[in-house]
Ligand binder design. Structure first.
Ligand code: NAD
Length: 404
């Protein structure tokens, strides 16, 4: 019998979900999984590591724990190129990988939109190292305050108030007492400022609900500058447009500036010549590449059209899991000479946490707020974790800690 070789690029939510489905299949399929790290991380929890409210070990798990050795080979390495004509993938310091079917699940990187000074003067938060770097930076600033008494060290600016910004600010509010202790000050001395281009925050939520989130943060002492487009980041300084007038620029300063102003798909998509926009490819209904039917594209490098809204679905962990699942099933269909299925998505709900015990969002058409919403959020995230890893991880990471 002929073995079908499937290569999966990326061990994020989408890639690991696809792996799980393929490993369970009865077909003669061998899988090669490639990732630059030998661990999977919960990208949806990076903000907690950055704020120091969660240790990194609790958001990491070993890829080898989910790899079945009789079915799968795991390769640690950087994907540098994909040649879809030749059906090969180039991985740094590794022989070329040949595939019959490819699943591209390479995830996201930070997007600077070409705004000057972002890379040099702001901290981004798209992987574990960067999240840890933010945590260390914050701790260093607190120590620096004890030496200099310069209150700039106690200030934190968060650029961009999408979901990531909101959740990060929530975690930072929660981290205030710990940070303040390091600095030897009272918690209210730690100042958090946000700068956001839009005046209508979290547009996917009804306005009342987004307002609830905003009011909660303001009540916790966060200073929110909305309707202020960031134009440049200078050392310790965010430069933004203060009114309709393009030349009306203002500045806000802090020793910590965090960039959560949006993401794009992996640069590999651009380098390898995919039909992409900001690293995302508008995929066919069965999640195949519009140019190559043996290539599936899933997660944050994929844009699947939502017929209901006429716009692509957003990039979320939940959607990545459903995409990864379907891509693997469709490969099995193809192996068996069957028709592929179309992507469909029914949201479990969208809930933004603000700290560990507060959240707000929508579950179906129902608005959820406060403590109960944070329980709903944990439920949604546990389901994600179950689908990527398994029950063992859910238990070992103890998301329901506060129950015991
Ligand atoms: P985003 O693109 O959703 O938000 C970025 C924010 O930055 C926007 O509000 C935008 O107006 C603002 N912005 C952009 N350029 C700016 C500039 N020059 N100056 C000032 N503000 C600027 O990005 P994100 O928050 O990283 O989210 C990425 C994806 O992940 C989204 O699809 C989001 O829904 C998803 N996500 C979901 C959850 C959740 O479900 N709980 C949590 C985090 C992220």
């Amino acid at each position: 019998e002929i073995m079908t070789e499937v290569v999966i690029l990326g061990a994020g939510y989408a890639g690991l979900r696809a792996l799980g489905v393929l490993q369970k299949s009865k077909e003669d399929i061998h899988v090669t999984l490639v990732d630059r790290n030998d661990y999977h991380y919960e990208a949806a929890d990076l903000h907690e590591v950055a704020a120091g409210t969660q240790d990194q070990e609790r958001i990491l798990f070993d890829i080898n724990d989910v790899v079945k050795n009789d079915k799968t080979t795991f390769i640690k390495g950087n994907v540098v190129n994909i040649n879809r004509e030749q059906k090969v993938v180039e991985v740094s310091d590794q022989p070329e990988l040949h595939y019959d079917y490819l699943i591209v699940a390479l995830g996201f990187v930070s997007e600077s939109f070409g705004i000057p000074g972002v890379d040099e003067n702001a901290l981004s938060m798209v992987d574990v190292d960067q999240a840890l770097n933010i945590r260390k930076h914050l701790e260093d600033q607190m120590a620096e305050y004890t030496r200099t008494q310069d209150e700039e060290h106690l200030k934190i600016i968060v650029c961009g108030m999408g979901f990531t910004g909101f959740e990060l600010v929530g975690a930072l509010v929660e981290a205030k007492p710990t940070l303040a202790k390091l600095a030897g000050v009272s918690p209210e001395k730690i100042k958090i400022v946000t700068v956001e281009a839009s005046t209508h925050l979290l547009p996917m939520f009804p306005e009342k609900l987004a307002d609830y989130g905003t009011k909660q943060l303001v009540a916790w002492g966060v200073e929110m500058l909305n309707g202020k487009m960031i134009k440049a980041i200078k050392p310790d300084t965010v430069v933004y447009q203060d009114s309709e007038d393009k030349n009306d620029l203002a500045e806000v300063t802090a020793k910590t500036i965090i960039w959560t102003t949006g993401v794009r798909g992996s640069k590999v998509m651009t380098d390898a010549g995919f039909a992409e926009k900001r690293g995302r490819v508008l995929v066919n209904k069965d999640l195949t590449d519009p140019d190559f039917s043996d290539v599936f594209i899933v997660g944050d490098v994929a844009a699947a059209m939502d017929e209901a809204s006429g716009r692509p679905f957003p990039t979320t962990a939940q959607i990545a899991l459903v995409m990864g699942h379907l891509a693997a099933e469709n490969i099995i269909h193809k192996v068996n000479g069957e028709a592929t299925k179309e992507f469909a998505f029914k949201s479990l709900g969208t809930v933004a946490s603000i700290g560990n015990a507060h959240a707000f969002g929508l579950v179906g058409k129902t608005t959820v707020k406060g403590y109960l919403a944070s329980v709903a959020k944990k439920g949604i995230m546990d389901k994600s974790l179950l689908e990527t890893g398994g029950f063992k991880e859910v238990l070992s990471k103890g998301r329901f800690d506060f129950y015991h």
